[in-house]
Design a protein around this ligand. Structure first.
Ligand code: NAD
Length: 386
């Protein structure tokens, strides 16, 4: 079991990572809330609840069962209407200022629940119980909560940190294989930007992290096959998730509100967001779009002479190793045009995250559209070879 402390000016809390955490949830929540009786409300999706409710409820005594509120799965439910509906349900179920929300699901459940907790009765407490890799390594910590508008993702929100995060590795066993791989791209990103040791571990242990069995084909090529779709080795995964959480915890502890360092977490996101928009958020998972975006960012870094060709190859190969990342078709010029939204967010300046070597980054404010065009064209070429 690992426990990592997040400390920011607004809040301090622990992220606990281990298998079997759900089975001991009730005593953990009691400890967290010592001496203050509180009603608990689980916010989850029907699918996740169907898979995991037995384990979830195993430690709750009969007279302290939590109420369960459902949010249908999918990014399209991450909207204000869902927050209003859940808030109404909370009122009807008797939630008060001392109540605690339990966000049990992926990043969508976490973002909606965190935002609901930020504004319900001007702010109540919530605990993160993330069930996807992306949520365990990224979205459950750091305090960013919110919902989408028709005009764009995450445009309404608030900084509101959880009281604690419990990441039960066991829950990843039911995650679809593509979600698992896309989530691991966040770990690859953390390694590239901040943690050379994690990079090496991801390079050397890909098969066990992905739960694959390797075997030699007739042609002598090493082939990797998933031993069972979606099921990965929990020891190796725990190690990767813990190291990635350390990266994020360290970064947000140093820069909670993204005025500087926290921006490095956006590595691969400038082009990644453009790819998501160009493919109408349907063809690729977020982690997959960021993976291609990261390859484009590697090209910018290489073309600027910030990384060696050898490091470029190692980093690009690691991203591809945690694939397959679905291919898509797009006009590179259109992708570049779609990055202009990024500029608007920061008073006309685009902050572009470059790597300067494995585990190191810098933020550049002078990356031109012409550089992005060259890089996205090269990335689309790489896609044909992959
Ligand atoms: P998600 O929440 O949509 O979950 C992906 C799918 O997996 C869903 O269909 C879900 O029902 C299913 N699922 C979840 N856990 C499962 C399990 N254990 N077994 C079987 N199925 C399971 O997607 P996500 O990738 O977890 O999160 C994406 C969201 O996170 C986006 O909205 C993104 O904007 C947000 N995000 C937020 C932050 C932040 O700092 N707040 C950071 C990164 C991403």
């Amino acid at each position: 079991m690992s426990s990592i402390r997040v400390t920011t000016p607004q809040a301090a809390y622990d992220v606990t990572i281990a298998p079997g955490l759900l089975r001991t949830l009730y005593p953990r929540l009691r400890k967290l809330n010592a001496g203050r009786p509180a009603k608990t409300f689980v916010i989850t999706s029907p699918e996740i609840w169907a898979l995991w409710h037995d384990r979830f409820l195993a430690s709750f005594p009969a007279d302290a069962q939590p109420s369960v509120l459902f949010l249908p799965r999918g990014e399209r439910h991450k909207r204000l209407a869902a927050v209003e509906s859940l808030a109404n349900q909370l009122v009807l179920a008797g939630a008060d200022r001392d109540s605690i929300l339990l966000a049990f699901g992926g990043g969508v459940i976490g973002d909606v629940t965190g935002f609901l907790a930020a504004i319900y009765m001007r702010g109540i407490r919530y605990v993160g119980l993330p069930t996807t890799i992306l949520a365990q390594v990224d979205s459950s910590l750091g305090g960013k909560t919110g919902v989408n508008l028709a005009a764009g993702k995450n445009l309404i929100g608030s900084f509101h940190h959880p009281l604690a995060v419990y990441s039960d590795i066991d829950t990843l066993a039911t995650l679809p294989a593509a979600e698992l791989r896309a989530g691991l791209q966040e770990a690859v990103k953390s390694a590239i930007i901040y943690d050379a040791k994690l990079f090496l571990y991801l390079e050397q242990n890909a098969s066990s992290i992905l739960g694959e069995s390797s075997h030699k084909s007739d042609s002598g090529r090493i082939e990797h096959r998933p031993s069972k779709p979606g099921v990965a080795s929990s020891k190796a995964l725990e190690k990767v998730i813990t190291a990635s959480v350390r990266v994020k915890a360290d970064v947000v502890s140093k820069d909670e509100k993204e005025s500087g360092l926290r921006m490095i977490l956006n590595f691969g996101h400038t082009i990644g967001h453009a790819i998501e928009a160009a493919t109408h958020y349907r063809k690729l998972l977020h982690g997959e779009a960021v993976a291609w975006g990261s390859i484009a960012a590697l090209h910018v870094s290489l073309n600027r002479g910030r990384i060696t060709h050898e490091d470029f190859v190692r980093m690009a190969n690691l991203i591809l190793r945690y694939g397959p990342i679905p291919a898509f078709r797009a006009d590179p010029a259109k992708l570049v045009a779609l990055t202009s939204g990024d500029k608007k967010k920061r008073s006309g300046r685009r902050a572009f995250v470059l790597t300067t070597g494995i585990g190191a980054t810098e933020i550049a404010y002078d990356v031109t559209d012409a550089e992005l065009l060259t890089a996205t064209t090269a990335m689309l070429e790489d896609m044909k070879q992959a």
